[in-house]
Design a protein around this ligand. Structure first.
Ligand code: PAF
Length: 283
C-alpha cells in the first residue's frame, strides 16, 4: 500500500485509473471500516482510502481535539488486509490551504433535520470535505456506511444534484455480537456505559416491533422511546421514525401500506454521543 500525503502524489499514483473505488474515513479504523474497504474492492480497482479528521464538520463544543488519531495503527491494519492500494492522508494545510469560503450546504429539508438540528454545521462540513475528496481522488464509486444514514443520503443527493460521476454504495451497519454499532466513539465509553450501550439498538428494535404490532401513533411511540432512554440514564436528542426515501415523517396510511421506514436515534451516554438506525417496514 502506498501512503501519500499530498494531492500531487495522489494524482501521480492514480494517473489513468478510471475505476477507482474510494472509502473516505476519519481514521481510527475498526472492523467496520475494513469491511467498507472489502466492499470497495468488489466494486472497483484500485481501492483508495483516505484518513482526514475534518475540522469543518465538528461543532465548537464537539470532540475535534480529542478525536482519536491513530495513523500508524491504521496503516498497519490496512497493510494487513491488503484491500487498499493507496491511502491518502493529507494534513489540514493540504486540504484547506486557504479559508474555505465555498461551502456546500444541503437544503433545510435534508440538512437541518435530525442530526442537522443538533449539529447545525455538520452536513455542511461533511458535504464540503466529501466534494473536495472526490475532486482529489476522482473515484468512480465510493462506499459509505449506513450507520451514518443521513450522511449517506446527503452524499447521494449531492452526487445526483451536482451530476458527479460517482456511484455511492451503501454498506450495512457492522455490529458487535451484542448489537452495538461499531464506531470510533465507542472507545470513549466506560465499562458500565459499554454494557449499557447495546440498549440503543434494542430500543430501535422495540420501536419497530411496536409499530409492526399495529400501533400507528408514531409520535407517541417515539416519545415513549425517548422516555425509556431517559429512565435508563441516557440523554436522547431524538428517536424518529422516518421514510427511507427522504427522511420525512410518514403518514399513518403510509406506515400501514408498507412504506420503507427507518427509525433513527442519537443519544448521549455520559459524555459520549452515539447514533444508530434500523430500516424496516410494517406489514
Ligand atoms: O463518516 C465519516 O467518517 C466522515 O463524516 C467522512 C465521510 C469521512 C467525512 O469526513
Amino acid at each position: 500500500m502506498k501512503v501519500v500525503h499530498t494531492i500531487e502524489d495522489l494524482r501521480d499514483q492514480l494517473r489513468g485509473q478510471l475505476r477507482v473505488a474510494f472509502v473516505p474515513t476519519m481514521g481510527n479504523l475498526h472492523a467496520a471500516h475494513l469491511s467498507l474497504m472489502r466492499l470497495a474492492r468488489q466494486h472497483g480497482d484500485p481501492v483508495v482510502a483516505s484518513i482526514f479528521v475534518n475540522r469543518l464538520q465538528f461543532g465548537p463544543n464537539e470532540d475535534f481535539d480529542r478525536y482519536p488519531r491513530t495513523l500508524a495503527e491504521d496503516i498497519e491494519k490496512l497493510e494487513r488486509e491488503r484491500d487498499v492500494y493507496v491511502l491518502f492522508a493529507p494534513d489540514e494545510r493540504e486540504l484547506y490551504p486557504e479559508p474555505q469560503n465555498f461551502r456546500i450546504q444541503p437544503a433545510e429539508a435534508l440538512g437541518k433535520i435530525l442530526e442537522g438540528e443538533f449539529r447545525p454545521d455538520f452536513f455542511m462540513g461533511v458535504s464540503t470535505v466529501v466534494l473536495k475528496l472526490f475532486s482529489c481522488v476522482q473515484p468512480r464509486v465510493a462506499v459509505f456506511g449506513k450507520k451514518d444514514y443521513q450522511q449517506l443520503m446527503i452524499v447521494r443527493a449531492m452526487c445526483r444534484q451536482f451530476q458527479l460521476p460517482v456511484e455511492i454504495i451503501a454498506h450495512e451497519t457492522v455490529r458487535d455480537a451484542d448489537g452495538l454499532a461499531l464506531s470510533s466513539r465507542n472507545r470513549y465509553l466506560s465499562v458500565a456505559e459499554r454494557a449499557e450501550a447495546p440498549q440503543l439498538y434494542g430500543l430501535l428494535q422495540q420501536v419497530r416491533d411496536t409499530l409492526r404490532a399495529g400501533r400507528d401513533d408514531r409520535e407517541a411511540v417515539e416519545a415513549d422511546a425517548m422516555r425509556t432512554l431517559r429512565t435508563r440514564g441516557w440523554a436522547p436528542d431524538y428517536v424518529a421514525v422516518r421514510r427511507q426515501r427522504d427522511l420525512q415523517a410518514p403518514t399513518v396510511q403510509e406506515i400501514r401500506a408498507g412504506e420503507p421506514l427507518v427509525v433513527l436515534t442519537a443519544a448521549r451516554l455520559g459524555s459520549t454521543r452515539l447514533i444508530d438506525n434500523l430500516e424496516f417496514q410494517v406489514g
